[in-house]
Design a protein around this ligand. Structure first.
Ligand code: PRX
Length: 659
C-alpha cells in the first residue's frame, strides 16, 4: 500500500504539498471555551478505560444502574451489564421534563420550502402517539420494524417510537431498490414497514410507497405497512385493505395516549443497520442501547463542541449510520437543536445548503467530502451569496478528505477560521473513533488525527506486528468500545469471521492507515473488496451478483476506481454469455439492471466487455490486477494467473476505449 493513496482528490500536487506541512492549532478563542479542553483526558481514558466510559454513561438517565461496566469475552462484549434504560426516554422525556421542553428539537425544511419546527414537547407528544400506534398495530417489544422513509420529521419520530417500546428498527435508505428493501426485510424478519407516499428530490417525487409495495410482495413477515402522507395529490398511492394504514389515521386513533417507555436492558437491541461487505449479501449490524447511546452522545458533545445554543446540522440521510448516530441518537440525547433537510443541495439552485445555514443560523455543520468536492465544482459564488458567519465548527465523514477540499471547505464555507473535524468511523463502530477534539488537537488537512479518548487503534502488518511510523498497514481496534456492533443479525459466525479472525481478539476495520511522525492517523481507504462511492459503501461482490443475475452475463468483476468527485466510482468487467454481443444498448440495460437490484447508488460508471477475466489457478478473480489496469499502474504479480495473456488483452482494450 502506498501513502499516495491517501489523496484521491483532483489535484494531487497541491495535496502532496499541503499534507504533513500545514497544521492548524485550535484557535485560542475556540480552545478557551471548548467543551473538551483538557489534554489530560487522553491519558486518563487510556489508564482507566472502564472508569472513563462509566463516567460517560452517567450522562444518561438510567432506570437501574449497571453492575459491571464491561463484560468482554472476545469478540462478545456487554456494556453496562445489568443496567436498564430507554433511548427514547433519554432523547425526549428527560428534556421535556426541563426548560428544554420549549427548545427546538428538530428544525425541518422540506425540499419545496415547507417548514416545521418541533420543540422537545412536540417531539414528546408525537413520539408517544407513534408508539401507541405501533402497539395498536400489534408491534411488541423485540419485533423488528423496517423503515423506508424520506427525510421528514416522522422518520426520527418513528425511530424513537420503536425505541420507546423496545422494537428494534432497521432503516433502509430511500435510494435502495425494492429488491434491496425486500432482502433487508426478509433478513431482519420485520413485521411492519413504515414508509411514505413519497418524498421530494430535485422537484420530483421519489415513489417510496410503490417501491415498498413491490418489496413487500415476497416478504411474508410483513403484517402492516404504515404510510405517512408527504406528497399527497402529487402522487396518489393505492392502499391495500387490511394491510396498509395511514400514519395520520393511526396516530389520530392513538390520540394523546402516553406510552410509558419500556425499561430495557442495556444490551437490548436498538437497531439493525445493513452495510456492505465483501460478500454478495449485506450484513445487519446490531447496535444495542446503553453503550451505543453513551458513545454517540459523548462523541457528539465533545467532537462537535456542543453548547446549549448551538444549531447543529448533519447533512447525512437517516438511512445511513451517520444519520442514526449524529442526527437522531447522539444529538437528541444531548438535547440539541437539529436541522433536517429533505431534498437535494441543488434545488431550486446550487446554494440551497447555504441558504439553510443562513436562514437557521447553523453553527455546526457536518457533511461529506464528496459533497464538498461537488460544491467546489459548482464554484465559491454560491456560498458567497450568503451570510454564514454563524458557523463555528465543521466536520467531515465518509471517506478520506483530500487536503485541497479541506482547504476549500475552510476558506469558502468556514470563512477561513472554522476548525474542521475529520471524523473516521464505520457502521460497525457506531460512533466516531478517530478525530480531533477541536479545542485540543491541532488539525492537518487530510488526517483524521488522533483516536478519541478511550479508543485504542493500532496498525498491523499481515503477521500482526505493529508497523513502524510512516508505513501502511491494517487499521485495527484493540480494545472494545461501548458503541461497537455486537453481532451480525442472524449470523454471529460471520461477525467472528469478518472482524475478529485475522487477528484474534482484535477488531479488523478493513481500512488501511499509517501514522506520521506526530502519531497522526492518515486513512488510506479500504483494503478489502469494498468500494466507497460518494461516501456510500458497496461490496464489489454485491454488484457482481447483480450483474450475473442478468441473462446476458456469464461472469462479472467489479472494482472501484478513483473519481474526482465521488472518491471512487464503480467499473465493471463483464464476460457476456454465448449468443450475447456487447453493445451500447446492453451496457444501458446492464446498468439499469444493477439499479433495479440494488439502487441508483450502485449504477456502474463504466462497463467493459472481455472474453475472459483474470483468474488464479484456483479460479479466483483477481480484482487487484483489474484495479492496476484501471488506475494505469504497472501490473502486479501475474505469475499466479491461470492465463497471463488475459490481463494484457483487457489492458489493451481498456486503454483503447479510454482513447
Ligand atoms: O473506509 C472508511 C470510510 O468509510 C468506511 C465506513 O463506511 P460506512 O460504514 O458506510 O460508514 C460511513 C460513515 C461513518 C470506513 O471503513 N470512512 C469513513 N469516514 C472516514 C473514512 N475514511 C477516511 N476518513 C474518514 N473520515
Amino acid at each position: 500500500m502506498s501513502s499516495s493513496q491517501a489523496t484521491n482528490g483532483p489535484s494531487g500536487n497541491i495535496d502532496a504539498l499541503l499534507q504533513e506541512h500545514r497544521r492548524f492549532p485550535p484557535p485560542p478563542a475556540f480552545a478557551e471555551h471548548a467543551v473538551a479542553h483538557d489534554p489530560a483526558v487522553y491519558q486518563r481514558a487510556h489508564d482507566d478505560p472502564d472508569g472513563f466510559w462509566a463516567e460517560a454513561a452517567r450522562r444518561l438517565d438510567w432506570y437501574k444502574t449497571w453492575d459491571k461496566v464491561l463484560e468482554w469475552d472476545a469478540p462478545w462484549a456487554k456494556w453496562f451489564v445489568g443496567g436498564e434504560l430507554n433511548a427514547s426516554y433519554n432523547c425526549v422525556d428527560r428534556h421535556n421534563a426541563t426548560w428544554r421542553r420549549n427548545k427546538a428539537a428538530i428544525i425541518w425544511e422540506g425540499e419545496p420550502g415547507d417548514t416545521r419546527v418541533l420543540t422537545y414537547r412536540d417531539l414528546y407528544r408525537e413520539v408517544n402517539r407513534a408508539a401507541a400506534a405501533l402497539l395498536d398495530l400489534g408491534v411488541k417489544k423485540g419485533d423488528v420494524v423496517a423503515v423506508y422513509m424520506p427525510m421528514i420529521p416522522e422518520l426520527p419520530i418513528a425511530l424513537l417510537a420503536c425505541a420507546r417500546i423496545g422494537a428494534p428498527h432497521t432503516v433502509v435508505f430511500g435510494g435502495f431498490s425494492a429488491e434491496a428493501l425486500r432482502d433487508r426485510i426478509n433478513d431482519s424478519g420485520a413485521k411492519l414497514v413504515i414508509t411514505a407516499d413519497g418524498g421530494w428530490r430535485r422537484g420530483n417525487v421519489v415513489p417510496l410507497k410503490e417501491t415498498t409495495d413491490a418489496a413487500v410482495q415476497g416478504a411474508p413477515t410483513i403484517e402492516h405497512v404504515l404510510v405517512v402522507k408527504r406528497v399527497g395529490e402529487a402522487r396518489p398511492v393505492e392502499m391495500k385493505d387490511g394491510r396498509d394504514v395511514w400514519w395520520e389515521d393511526a396516530l389520530a386513533k392513538a390520540s394523546q395516549r402516553i406510552v410509558e417507555p419500556e425499561h430495557l436492558d442495556s444490551e437490548h437491541p436498538l437497531y439493525i443497520m445493513y452495510t456492505s461487505g465483501t460478500t454478495g449479501k449485506p450484513k445487519g449490524q446490531l447496535h444495542t442501547t446503553g453503550g451505543y447511546l453513551t458513545g454517540t452522545s459523548l462523541t457528539h458533545q465533545w467532537i462537535f463542541d456542543l453548547k446549549e445554543d448551538d444549531v447543529y446540522w448533519c447533512t447525512a440521510d437517516i438511512g445511513w449510520v451517520t444519520g442514526h448516530s449524529y442526527i437522531v441518537y447522539g444529538p437528541l440525547a444531548n438535547g440539541s437543536s437539529v436541522v433536517m433537510y429533505e431534498g437535494s443541495p441543488d434545488y431550486p439552485d446550487k446554494d440551497r445548503f447555504w441558504d439553510l445555514v443562513e436562514k437557521y443560523g447553523v453553527t455546526i455543520l457536518y457533511t461529506a467530502p464528496t459533497s464538498i468536492r461537488t460544491f467546489m465544482r459548482w464554484g465559491p459564488e454560491y456560498p458567497a451569496k450568503h451570510d454564514m458567519s454563524t458557523l463555528r465548527l465543521m466536520g467531515t465523514v465518509g471517506e478520506p478528505i483530500n487536503p485541497e477540499a479541506w482547504m476549500w471547505y475552510q476558506e469558502h464555507i468556514g470563512h477561513g477560521t472554522c476548525p474542521i473535524v475529520d471524523t473516521w468511523w464505520q457502521t460497525e463502530t457506531g460512533m466516531i473513533m478517530i478525530t480531533p477534539l477541536p479545542g485540543i488537537v491541532a488539525t492537518k488537512p487530510g488526517s483524521a488525527t488522533r483516536p478519541f479518548p478511550g479508543v485504542e487503534p493500532a496498525i498491523l502488518d499481515e503477521q500482526g506486528t505493529a508497523v513502524p511510523r510512516n508505513s501502511g498497514g491494517n487499521l485495527v481496534i484493540t480494545r472494545p468500545w461501548p458503541a461497537m456492533s455486537r453481532t451480525i443479525w442472524g449470523d454471529p459466525q460471520r461477525y467472528v469471521n469478518t472482524y475478529w479472525s485475522k487477528y484474534p481478539g482484535v477488531y479488523l476495520t478493513g481500512d488501511g492507515a499509517r501514522q506520521d511522525d506526530d502519531g497522526y492517523y492518515w486513512l488510506l481507504g479500504r483494503v478489502d473488496d469494498v468500494v466507497n462511492v460518494s461516501g456510500h459503501r458497496l461490496g464489489t461482490m454485491e454488484v457482481e451478483s447483480a450483474l450475473v443475475s442478468h441473462p446476458a452475463v456469464a461472469e462479472a468483476a467489479v472494482i472501484g476506481v478513483s473519481h474526482p468527485v465521488k472518491g471512487q466510482a464503480i467499473v465493471a468487467f463483464v464476460t457476456p454469455r454465448a449468443g450475447f454481443k456487447p453493445s451500447d444498448a446492453l451496457t444501458v440495460e446492464l446498468k439499469e439492471h444493477v439499479v433495479q437490484a440494488i439502487g441508483a447508488l450502485a449504477r456502474p460508471e463504466r462497463i467493459y466487455y472481455t472474453a475472459e477475466l483474470p483468474k488464479t489457478r484456483s479460479a479466483k478473480i483477481m480484482r487487484r490486477l483489474l484495479r492496476d489496469i484501471a488506475e494505469g499502474r504497472v501490473l502486479g504479480d501475474t505469475t499466479t494467473l491461470m492465463d497471463p495473456n488475459v490481463v494484457n488483452q483487457i489492458k489493451q482494450q481498456y486503454e483503447s476505449s479510454e482513447g
